[in-house]
Design a protein around this ligand. Structure first.
Ligand code: HEM
Length: 493
């Protein structure tokens, strides 16, 4: 990208205050604001400063002061994702990559580096890969899906129901999506604490991320080989059997894309919806009074606290103009989900209830719009509803201000959600199948796919171990640089 420092706004007075390239200053070369470092601790406030200074599209600096555009406007974000002839998800055309400004060791490369998967493919190749994912998704029966969600909610609540206390992030929100995804993919026997911890670990990009990624990939490749040998009635078999003709490698990579995208986003959504239910007295009163349904609470949360706050990134295929800014061919742009959702053009009053309005950006848009959004919504709708029915007096154990958040450029989520409730007995959900009442689906999605045979549901051990089994270690001679290793785990080899 080639932002012209003095022609952008004229608001950056470079003559006063600390030198602009000082990391503590917030602004870097050219007076541009950094999306990392001290000022980025509060990204929401930073986005509003950028909006005030630049309007709907702002020039910013990524780590190592690599220039990028942050798209803040709701309409501008939609325009970008809906115009694949102008903007692509294929980062191989990014100028900073081509001229070496952003090297392979750039900290955000795991988000940006191109991979042969549908979320980064374009044109015919995108259609081929996405058709396979969509085809497999269309076979998921919504009634069975909701039954799995209801069942696993009861199983998870059983783990802590006698204690009267729980952390709903680590004991509920981070487990329910993984348990349900394992059912959908056709590997319910693989759901355990180790898989959850490995997914969480590799998404955090910590020192053990590569080993965790290897564990997740080994589980998914085993499943691929099993199903290639003998198809069953599950997502993986339909992905393999799709006329798009995916190779085993492509099947494994797309299972990982689905598992991780679904896991992280839905875990964030569940925790966010629960927080709103606990902390907003209006919400709670309305929920109890029956005026505000859980699906409406979910939609409100998708506006206010989207599970992915931005997507890195889109890249300009030609010189163009967006939000009054001159974008050059090869420039990179962030899909600004969180700032787009609070754009005053579409939400002049942020306190106003969106009443189930679905025009937020939480699932992106255009050709890459999230194909799994109804699954994410169903897990949140059914999971929260079933939890509140099971623990009707559940409430936060700490003042709202004590809740801790963790944020990165792509997501912001709760660290813990400690709650208290009157202890209740575990329910035997295996022997009394009717016990997990399954709420009715939303009227806009009533399940179009055929009913797959229900896979046998394993009985989890009560009281899952607090610490996961250690992920497999990398072999000797594999000490790569941290960034190289991140890039490798992200690419899956
Ligand atoms: C609350 C839950 C979820 C949220 C907020 C979410 C959000 C997103 C977003 C923002 C994108 C990128 C859109 C873009 O680039 O314009 C995306 C893509 C994707 N999501 Fe989701 N997602 C969720 C759940 C799921 C689930 C449950 C699945 C699968 C079962 C899934 C599978 C995918 C896939 C395969 C893509 C790539 C699509 C493509 O590039 O063609 N997501 N999601």
């Amino acid at each position: 990208m080639t932002p012209e420092p003095h022609s952008l706004t004229g608001t950056d007075d470079l003559t006063s205050g600390p030198p602009p390239s000082c990391p503590a200053h917030g602004t870097g070369p050219g007076g541009l604001r950094r999306l990392y470092g001290p000022e980025a601790q509060d990204l929401a406030a930073l986005y509003e400063k950028l909006r005030a200074e630049h309007g709907a599209v702002a020039p910013v600096l990524l780590h190592n002061d690599v220039p990028f555009w942050m798209v803040l406007g709701h309409g501008e974000n939609l325009h970008m994702v809906s115009n694949p002839s102008v903007y692509t998800r294929d980062s191989r055309i990014w100028t900073a990559l081509l001229d070496g400004t952003a090297g392979a060791d750039h900290p955000l490369m795991p988000h940006i580096a191109w991979q042969p998967i549908c979320s980064m493919a374009e044109g015919d190749e995108h259609q081929r890969l996405r058709a396979a994912v969509m085809g497999a998704m269309s076979t998921i029966n919504s009634r069975d899906l909701r039954r799995h969600i209801g069942h696993w909610t009861q199983e998870l609540v059983n783990q802590f129901s006698l204690r009267g206390t729980a952390d709903l992030v680590s004991q509920f929100a981070e487990h329910l999506p993984m348990a349900v995804l394992c059912e959908i993919l056709g590997m319910p026997e693989e759901y355990d604490d180790r898989l959850v911890q490995s997914a969480r670990d590799l998404l955090k990009g910590t020192e053990t991320a590569i080993a965790s990624n290897e564990y997740v990939m080994s589980v998914l490749m085993r499943l691929t080989v099993r199903r290639r040998a003998a198809l069953a009635e599950d997502f993986t078999s339909h992905l393999i059997n799709h006329p798009a003709g995916l190779t085993d490698e492509e099947v494994g990579q797309h299972l990982r894309l689905v598992l991780l995208a679904a896991y992280e986003a839905t875990a964030n959504l569940l925790a966010n919806v629960l927080r709103v239910v606990f902390t907003d007295p209006g919400f709670r009163a309305q929920l109890n009074g029956g005026q505000m349904t859980v699906p409406q609470a979910v939609e409100q949360s998708l506006w206010d606290e989207p599970p992915f706050s931005s997507v890195l990134g889109y890249f300009a295929k030609q010189d163009t103009e967006l939000g009054g800014q001159r974008i050059r061919k090869g420039d990179g742009l962030l899909l600004g989900i969180a700032p787009g959702n609070v754009d005053p053009q579409v939400r002049p009053d942020l306190k106003a209830n969106m009443k189930g309005n679905r025009s937020h950006l939480a699932f992106g848009g255009g050709p890459h719009e999230c194909p799994g959004q109804e699954i994410g919504r169903a897990i949140a709708d059914v999971g929260v509803d079933a939890l509140l029915k099971r623990l009707p007096d559940v409430q936060l154990a700490v003042p709202e201000d004590d809740l801790k958040w963790t944020a990165s450029i792509s997501s912001r989520h709760l660290v813990e959600l400690p709650v208290v409730f009157a202890p209740v007995s575990p329910q035997d959900v295996m022997d009394r199948p009717g016990v997990s009442e399954v709420p009715r689906p939303r009227p806009d999605w009533d399940g179009s796919g055929p009913s797959p045979e229900a896979a046998p549901v394993p009985r989890p051990t009560l009281d899952l171990p607090e610490a996961p089994a250690p992920a497999p270690a990398t072999g000797p001679g594999q000490r790569l640089g941290a960034w190289q290793r991140l890039v490798r785990w992200w690419r899956g080899y």
